[in-house]
Design a protein around this ligand. Structure first.
Ligand code: AKB
Length: 315
């Protein structure tokens, strides 16, 4: 029997594309997409879909046993901007869902887990340029605190109980299929949509705010490459630094202006500026490159080319 894979939070920005790619690779029936809400119709049409709350251990266990699930991708989370508004809900969702899958691993009900961490684990006192894998981490956001705690728990479950959990620290992710929700790096998706729809965008971060970013195809490739890697080669069981490009709002705007003539941007920074200011400008991902051969394909130019052409096709 082909192995079954469970995605928790399949309707989100990463979950949607991850589900579709895993179905391409393993066959539609092998990938069980679940979320607390309904999402893109493609998810339901292309394979099994169930409504499932990632904080409900018994419900997840039921699905795992029923479908003989071997691998779980936990993509459900509350992101940085929303988490500042609902701290306890964010903590309960982000930590509760992680403990659920780690405990399924500990009880040997599943074999392998993917859990996403984030550049949000770093804080204002972390070195900002080429932030190293191992460095000072004092996250100042609710989301960052939950991700840092999550990393510690992943490493603990690996060392104490032999749970095969793997993780990357995603930078801001840029994609055209599904909108991100509640993040600080979301401007880098909104800008393309607004440029094409209205030729204008008001950015909620100020000029010069340089942040690490990645195109979704690279993020999905990195995720699957890490999950396919020989466990013997993995020296990091908290979470791997992962990088592709870094830019500030005016730099992304410039690349868009070349494809969307007349595009204009102005700035109206809000509470998300403080979050962005606490994060790195760029990331050193040499450990991921060494351990499992990570190499990005998309730079800013290529990302803009792809985003503008795909979004134009949707008009
Ligand atoms: C966010 O902005 O909260 C996320 C992230 C960097 O983890 N995109």
């Amino acid at each position: 029997m082909a192995k079954s894979i469970l995605i928790l939070g399949a309707c989100g920005q990463i979950g949607t594309e991850l589900t579709l790619e895993l179905r391409k690779r393993h066959g539609s029936e092998a990938v069980i997409a679940t979320d607390i809400r309904h999402g893109d119709a493609q998810l339901k049409e292309s394979g099994p879909f169930e409504l499932l709350d990632a904080t409900d251990y018994a419900a997840i266990e039921d699905v795992v046993m029923h479908h003989e699930v071997e691998e779980v991708y936990l993509m459900a989370a509350m992101l940085s901007a929303t988490a500042e508004k609902f701290p306890m809900r964010a903590w309960n969702l982000n930590m509760g869902s992680l403990f659920n899958v780690l405990n399924l691993g500990k009880e040997r009900k599943i074999d392998k887990i993917f859990w996403p961490s984030s550049i949000a684990v770093f804080g204002p006192n972390t070195p900002k340029k080429e932030t190293p894998q191992n460095t000072l981490m004092e996250p100042s956001t609710v989301y960052g605190i939950s991700k840092q705690a999550g990393e510690r728990w992943c490493e603990y479950y690996f060392k104490k109980f032999g749970v095969d959990v793997r993780s990357v620290r995603y930078p801001g992710l840029i994609s055209w299929k599904t909108l991100p929700g509640g993040g600080t790096t979301d401007y880098a998706v909104e800008i393309y949509r607004e440029a094409i729809a209205h030729g204008q965008y008001t950015c909620f971060l100020k000029k010069g705010t340089q942040l690490p970013m990645m195109y979704m195809d690279d993020a999905i490739r990195a995720t699957l490459q890490l999950m396919d890697a020989d466990p013997e080669r993995l020296t990091i069981r908290s979470s791997y630094n992962l990088a592709a490009m870094s830019f500030a709002p005016e730099e992304i705007a410039e690349t868009i202006q070349q494809k969307v003539p007349g595009f204009k941007m102005d700035y109206k920074p809000d509470f998300r500026q403080e979050i962005a200011d606490s994060w790195p400008n760029s990331i050193d991902d040499s450990k991921a490159r060494e351990d499992w051969g990570w190499k990005p394909v998309y730079d800013l130019e290529k990302t803009t080319e792809e985003m503008v052409s795909q979004l134009n096709k949707l008009r």
